[in-house]
Design a binder for this molecule. Structure first.
Ligand SMILES: C[S@@+](CC[C@H](N)C(=O)[O-])C[C@H]1O[C@@H](n2cnc3c(N)ncnc32)[C@H](O)[C@@H]1O
Length: 514
């Protein structure tokens, strides 16, 4: 297959051309094989190591020798990575080589001191680094100890005699949870290694769902893991990733209040909603979420008759889902056109203002909004994903414009989608949710649907940053991943670089514990 190549990345001004011949410098895959790997989530399978190796390396280097895959000694999957590299015809190097066989539990104390003496400098630099840490680092303190002990390994990855220029590093790792609180081990590792290499888009591995189990808190079944991808740039051309530090688990633990514990089974940590096609009113809006997504959270976090709030209600998806489930709803929306669409949709569903109400207003000044209730039981909402709609690829914009549909929320300066500075945008969002938190009943939940964003090749981990910031005043609950399966994929970066089609969103849930 001769692929259509998308220049720039998925959110830059994209132009597509069909060149006569694309030289694939990264791997030996053709366009058809390349495409599925570009999707930012995948169903877990036993050949995950081999698939990564085949994507991030060619079988042979320019000098005709097999590509070199480097892995970290003492990790439980060391042998599996070696076998996958061999199966793919690559050579594996384990560092440090003198390490004892992998221990039952990950304990790198045995490796301390061996790094310098055992440095694989005589080897050609690795073409790719693959480290599998899944299932082994259950807390932030265990992670930090592990990183301290293995620091020489991670530091060396930024050196040209260890990893070649533009070589990739993949770390497979999972977040954990404890008593309904998230333990964001994977996000912390991303922040740590992002200070040494350039963080590229993450992929989400989705395992088969576990048996449903009753839980009093918002837990998920923990069936996702992260494939964090990093690249060693020739010269540091991008700002290092500077995520925020995570609050220690327990800071906002469930012990403060057990007001209204949840009764149903825990939710699966990933889901693929299959909503019906969007009706014309909803389609006008450039970024809505499906009502089926809202319904699952409302069922888990509220009881019949409860009041649900959405401070950026758009076309009213939250309220329609609530109505169907016998909950009341209150929504605020800045753009009068979307507020009108939301009201029309509710009226068409036979609603009354007692059940659901939409008010025009600015979410940044909720106290000034007419009719805001004194307390709400639950909030589910989705903000603009920073100013990404203003950056959308020219093709997408043209297609929507031709059909008379909106490509952004408008040019109102109060619109959060028009805040150009990332830091200011995150701070403003945090202030909106601080107000929401004040209105939540004790023990009440807030769910924010959001994405990490990629702008001109740089990753801005909006979801992770938001979770860290809200962790200052709310308990961060385990994440659920909304996996989209109905988006046409494009072979971005074909032949050169890993540029994912980001088709997963984070449903971040928080709990008011005091
Ligand atoms: C991601 S959309 C929400 C879509 C909604 N969940 C739906 O399904 O229709 C974000 C919404 O936030 C609104 N918005 C942006 N800034 C706002 C502000 N300062 N106050 C209230 N709404 C705002 C936008 O107009 C947009 O409709």
């Amino acid at each position: 297959m001769r692929p259509t190549v998308a220049h720039s990345d998925e959110v830059g001004r994209t132009t597509r051309t069909t060149p006569r011949r694309v030289v694939n410098r990264l791997n030996d895959l053709d366009g058809k094989q390349w495409l599925p790997f570009q999707k930012s989530w995948f169903r877990d399978h036993p050949a995950v190591h081999e698939e990564c190796i085949r994507f991030f390396t060619k079988r042979l280097r320019a000098d005709g020798t097999p590509s070199v895959v480097l892995t970290l000694a003492g990790t439980p999957a060391e042998r599996a990575v070696g076998e996958a590299a061999t199966a793919a015809g690559r050579r594996v190097v384990v560092w440090p080589t003198k390490a004892a066989p992998p221990p039952e539990r990950l304990d790198c104390a045995a490796l301390a001191g061996q790094w310098e003496s055992d440095r694989p400098a005589a080897q050609p630099p690795a073409d790719y680094v693959l480290v599998d840490l899944r299932g082994r680092l259950p807390s932030l303190s265990v992670l930090r100890t592990f990183l301290q002990r293995t620091a020489p390994f991670w530091s060396a990855l930024s050196q040209s005699d260890v990893l070649r220029e533009r070589g990739y590093t993949t770390v497979l790792i999972d977040n954990w949870q404890q008593d309904g609180a998230l333990v964001p081990v994977a996000w912390e590792l991303a922040r740590y290694l992002g200070g040494r290499l350039t963080l590229k888009d993450e992929k989400i591995g989705c395992r088969l769902p576990a048996e449903p189990r009753q839980t009093p808190h918002f837990e998920t079944d923990g069936r996702v893991y992260y494939a964090l991808n990093f690249r060693r740039e020739p010269a540091r051309s991008q700002e290092p990733f500077t995520g925020r530090w995570w609050p220690e688990v327990g800071k906002h633990g469930p012990r403060t209040t057990d007001y209204r514990p949840l009764t149903g089974p825990r939710l699966c940590s990933w889901f693929v909603p299959r909503p019906p096609p969007r009706e014309p009113g909803k389609l006008t809006h450039p970024a809505t979420y499906p009502e089926t997504l809202v319904a699952e959270f409302v069922a888990r976090c509220t009881q019949p008759g409860d009041l649900v709030f959405d401070p950026m209600v758009g076309t009213g998806s939250t309220l329609l889902a609530c109505r169907r489930m016998g909950r009341r709803g209150f929504g605020v929306e800045l753009n009068p056109e979307y507020a009108a669409i939301a009201r029309r949709r509710l009226a068409a569903a036979g609603d009354t203002p007692w059940i659901a109400r939409v008010v025009e207003g600015d979410a940044r000044r909720l106290a000034a909004v007419e009719g805001v209730p004194p307390q709400v039981d639950y909030c589910i909402t989705s903000p603009p994903y920073w100013d990404m709609l203003n950056m959308r690829g020219a093709m997408t914009q043209r297609g929507r414009r031709q059909r008379g549909l909106h490509v952004s929320y408008g040019d109102d300066p109060r619109d959060m989608g028009n805040v150009a500075d990332y830091g200011q945008f995150v701070d403003a969002l945090v202030e909106v949710y601080r107000q929401v938190a004040a209105w939540l009943c004790p023990g009440g939940y807030l769910t924010v649907v959001v994405k990490n964003v990629k702008k001109q090749g740089t990753i801005y981990p909006l979801a992770w940053d938001l979770a860290a910031a809200l962790g200052d005043f709310l308990q961060v609950c385990p994440e659920r991943i909304w996996c989209q399966d109905d988006v046409k994929l494009a072979p971005y970066g074909y032949g050169n670089a890993w540029v994912s089609n980001t088709v997963h969103h984070y449903c971040l849930t928080f709990r008011k514990t005091c």
